[in-house]
Structure formats: structure tokens, C-alpha cells
Ligand binder design. Sequence first.
Ligand code: TEU
Length: 518
Amino acid sequence: FGDAPWWASAVFYQIYPRSFADGNGDGTGDLVGVRERLDHLVELGIDAIWLSPFYRSPMADGGYDIADPCDVDPLFGTLADFDAMLAAAHERGIRVTVDIVPNHFSDQHPWFQAVLAGGKDAPERSRFVIRPGRGADGELPPNNWPSVFGGPAWHRLPDGDWYLHLFAPEQPDVNWLDPAVPAEFERIMRFWLDRGVDGFRVDVAHSMAKPDGLPDLDLDVLADVGTNMPTAADLRWDRDGVHDYHRLFRRVLDSYPGDRMAVGEAWVADPARLAAYVRPDELNLTFNFALVEAQWGAKSFRDAIDRSLASLADVGAPCTWVLSNHDVDRAATRYGGGPQGVARHRAAMLVELALPGAAFLYNGDELGLENVELPDDALQDPTWERSGHTERGRDGERVPLPWSGDVAPYGWTSGERTWLPMPDGWGPVAVAAQERDPASTLHVVRTAVRLRREVADLTAGEFAWVDAPEDCLSFRRGDVTVLLNTGGVPVPLPTGEIVHASAPVTGELPPDTAVWVR
Ligand code: TEU
């Protein structure tokens, strides 16, 4: 990695702006809140932030339904607040990447509003995926595609035709075959690059291109939708044409100085097809969700790591690692929750931060936060309504962050309202409390990130598997040996100097613990 660009081994920190910190006391996190809390990120030692959407949005999907991609929603502040936040981050040596959402707009976007107003004559119509229905009166959707949030992926327009929405009905898919669409996304990218952003996280990067004729999904594919990572048979995603659009993105990025980059969110099961997204003229990185999908356990982790490294070895692109984000249950919760879940999360972080490539942390990972069980009437994620109240959705991992104090809102806001309720009992996990406790998750993660900078082998050392006791995972990065114990009994430590551990270690490595030894 000697001459590798900054992003190849960076630690990224995902900020969900609605939940990170509320700067104006109105109950929604915002860009002033981000700026005011930047020193927390300096202390954490991360290289870059990725901000989830803060653009103008009716918030039908937490801001991933964008009405104006070149403006800040008043909920989150103003463009001036963005510029001030960006400048403050850059002053501190923190790069800033932002979301770009190329698969869909909000139904409140002026283009879609023009379609609603102008009907079949609206010139904007071809910028969306609009088809006549099936059945005698066109009363049936054009095909059998389901939306990710439940129900059909089609919604009927007042003029009788149907528009495609792979996500919520408030998120009409745009038609990339209309030249106005790529032109608009180039404009959006340049708008933010000109303001100084260091790159983008490309939302649903495996979407955009649709199959010719929009054929039905096979019934066995339909039956499997939502339970597994989509395969090539799920025609809604990962069509070959998508690569043209990534080449456009890359051309735009590379026309700017300073190693601007893009990381794509691509849920693609086939490793070779996923690797195709990170060609030299396409995305710089793709999220690798193998650790999100892995069960707690040495074998599952090892398989996930092996698969990940193998898939990118051929194309020579750096790997990425993700344990949590705003779409999946937090790792501590996936690992069973409670003190054991948190211990496992800390151990997994030590694995993540020692693997070759870029690491993506989600806000709250550094605190070992767990998902929050919210009451029904608090739920806001579209999944809850669209699934007919059978799936609770993603709000549980989006609860505002506790900063200080013993009672809600834990210093998160100067007001009383929080857009999702904060639980009782979060005093001990608040940033200020963990700051005071040298054995806290916050200190464990901070030390890990610092060592990653200081010990060259942790980012540059050669990766090799090491024989390990039963239910343990062990690998080397140069001179550093990582050992994770997922079994039920303590195991002997590797010989050498303990440089870091996810929990106090004396003599042997306890269950649910990881250690770095040199
Ligand atoms: O997520 C895409 C998403 O929902 C995937 O998790 C989905 O399961 C996959 O595409 C199926 O192949 C992104 C954002 O992260 C999420 O918050 C948004 O709701 C979504 O896009 C729509 O913009």
C-alpha cells in the first residue's frame, strides 16, 4: 500500500445525519451538529466521514428520497452549514464523502411533478420508467417485480400508466437510457465536487440499468426475494449496462485533482460479478457485506474473509469491511446483544480493523451501541407500513447517539424532542461516560484506530492465515498476529507482546475476545 491512494486503507466513519447530533434543538440531527462534534472524530482517529443524505427530501425513506440533490434540506441546515462543516473537517484532516442516489428521485422532484402535471405529454416522462399496465384495462402492473420495501414495484399514475419504484412508491426509478439522466447526475456530482467533497458513496450501485423489456421474475426467484443477497436471476439488479454509468462517474471524479473516489453499495452475490464494479475505470471500492452476513463464529468469519479476499485478488482492488450500517441490525445485536453481544462486537472490530483494505464504521460502533426496540407508534421506516406491520424496519439502528448525561436525550439535543425515542439506561454508553472509563468500548476502538496508523504492518503487512485452536480465528499482518476466540473456553495466547486486546487479557484469551500480538 506504499503508494496507494488514501482510500485504499482508510477508516471511514458513516454519519447518519438525522441521528448523529442535533445542533439546533429541533429534534433532528443536522450539519451544525456534525461540525460541533468533529473533535470526537479527531479523537477517534478516522480518516474520512461518509454522510448519509442531507439533501432536500420529504423524508419518505430517511432522505434517500431526494427532491433536490443540490440543496440541503432545512431539517439538516443550509448549504452554508454544509460548507462550514466541510471546511472544519478538512482543517482537521478529515475527508468528507457524501451519498449520491442514482437509482431514483423523490416523487416530489420537479421532474416527477412535471410528469404528474403534464401527463402523457410531459417531456420529463421518458426520464422515469413508465409503462402501460397489463389486463384488459391496464389495471395490472406491467410485470411481477416486488419492491424492496414490500408490495409491487409499480404504482399507477393518474393517466393510467404505471411507474417503476424498486423502493418506496415515493421513490420513482429514473430511466438512465434517457440522456437527460446521466447528464443530471454528472451535474450533481460536479456540484458537490466543486464544493470540495472527496468522493461519493453510490447508493444501490448495482441498480440503474434495467433489463430490456422488463421481463417477469421467475417464480422461484420471487419466492427467494428479500431473504438472500440477490443472484443474477433477479433481473432487477446488476445488469451489464450498469457499468457504463460507473464509467461516467469515474470520468467525472478523475477530472478533479486530489484522489476523489467512489465506493458503491452493490448487493451482488456472485464474487466475480461484484469484482467487476471495481475496475480501473469504474468504482474505486465496493462495500463488502460478507462480515455483515456472517454469523458469529470462527468458521463463518473465516469463510467470509477468504471469499472477500479471493474475489478482489484477481482485479487488484482493495477490499472493504463493514460490520454495521443504517440498513442492518447493529453488530452487537446480531451477536446476541447484552454484555456478550457487546464483547463480541468489540472483538469483531479488532478483526475488522486488522484486515487488509478500507474499514467502514457506523456511528455508534465506537460506543458498542445495540439496536433499540422501539414502540410501534415510533416507527418511521417505510418497511414497517409497506410490509403490513410484519417487519419492523431499520429504525432500531438509527436511534440518536448518546453524548453525555444519564437521562434522555443524553446531550444529543438542547431541546426535548428526539426524532426517535432514546432508551433509558444509556448513561454508561454515552460518549462522556466512556471517555472517563479507560476500559470502555470507545477507548478500545480508538486505540485500535490509532495503532492502525502507527503500526505499519496493520495496514501494509502481508496477510496470512495462522493455525488456531478450535473455534478461534487467527491471521497475521506482517509481524502482528490477530487471534479471535469465538468458542466457550479460554485459549492460549500467541507468543509475543500484546499490543491491543478487545478486553483485559491475562494469561489466556477469554471467550468473545480478540487480541493483537507482536
Ligand atoms: O439500500 C439499498 C437496499 O435497500 C439494499 O439493502 C437492498 O436490500 C438491496 O438493494 C437489494 O438488492 C440503500 C440505502 O442504504 C437505504 O437506506 C435506502 O433505503 C435504499 O438504498 C433506497 O435508496
